[in-house]
Design a protein around this ligand. Structure first.
Ligand code: HEC
Length: 189
């Protein structure tokens, strides 16, 4: 498998942080596109979550995650022609289960974070053995996630999550930990 680390910023490329042969122009384009899709997905989700929290509290916001997250991902997929989703090694929704490659990348991201907090979330672009191209970027736990992913959920929140996700493994997190990753996969050319 060809593995390519994606530079965090264009400045990093220009500064020659990568060896000249590591990344082709097409790969840089894909990485930028992947980054934009992930950022758009994340921003839409955050907006929906914040307004639901403000209007109806965490219980309303759970519905946003439950219904709107998959819907926003589908819309991003239709627009981009790529598969768009979120994945994790500790799942809330079993539909988000990682494949073998995603699992390996999640483990690499976790190791990277464990080695010291990077300035921005780790990300990378890989070409899969079947020719598909995949961009992944890490999702880090923030303080505002703890109401639904932290160690001490309010009882009604815990009950609502238990009802929707009986096999939930996505609680007990602390800020700064790896929660999962955006994962964007383009079909083989
Ligand atoms: C109001 C409750 C709530 C809050 C706040 C919340 N989440 Fe979630 N999260 C959920 C629910 C519910 C799901 C399952 C969504 C689905 O069915 O696809 C989920 C799923 C996820 C997933 C997909 C992987 C999986 O386990 O299925 C990630 C990644 C994630 N959340 C990250 C975060 C991050 C990061 C934050 C903070 C910025 C956050 N969440 C805040 C409720 C919440």
């Amino acid at each position: 498998m060809k593995t390519t680390f994606v530079p965090l910023t264009l400045a990093a490329i220009l500064a020659g942080c990568l060896s000249a042969s590591a990344v082709s122009a097409a790969e840089v384009d894909r990485a930028a596109e992947g980054r934009a899709i992930a950022a758009g997905f994340g921003a839409e989700l955050r907006t929906a979550l914040q307004s639901a929290m403000a209007e109806g509290g965490p219980l309303a916001a759970i519905r946003v995650c439950n219904e709107d997250a998959p819907r926003i991902a589908r819309a991003a997929a239709e627009q981009s022609g790529a598969e768009v989703g979120r994945t994790s090694t500790r799942l809330r929704n079993p539909d988000n289960r990682p494949d073998a490659h995603e699992q390996a990348v999640l483990e690499a991201f976790a190791a990277e974070l464990a080695a010291g907090a990077p300035e921005s979330p780790p990300s990378r672009l890989d070409t899969l053995p079947d020719g598909r191209v995949r961009f992944m970027s890490a999702i880090i736990v923030q303080p505002q996630c703890l109401g639904c992913h932290g160690p001490d959920l309010a009882e009604p929140v815990a009950q609502a999550i238990d009802r929707l996700y009986p096999e939930d493994e996505a609680r007990g997190y602390q800020p700064g930990e790896l929660r999962g990753a955006f994962t964007i996969t383009w079909p083989a050319d």
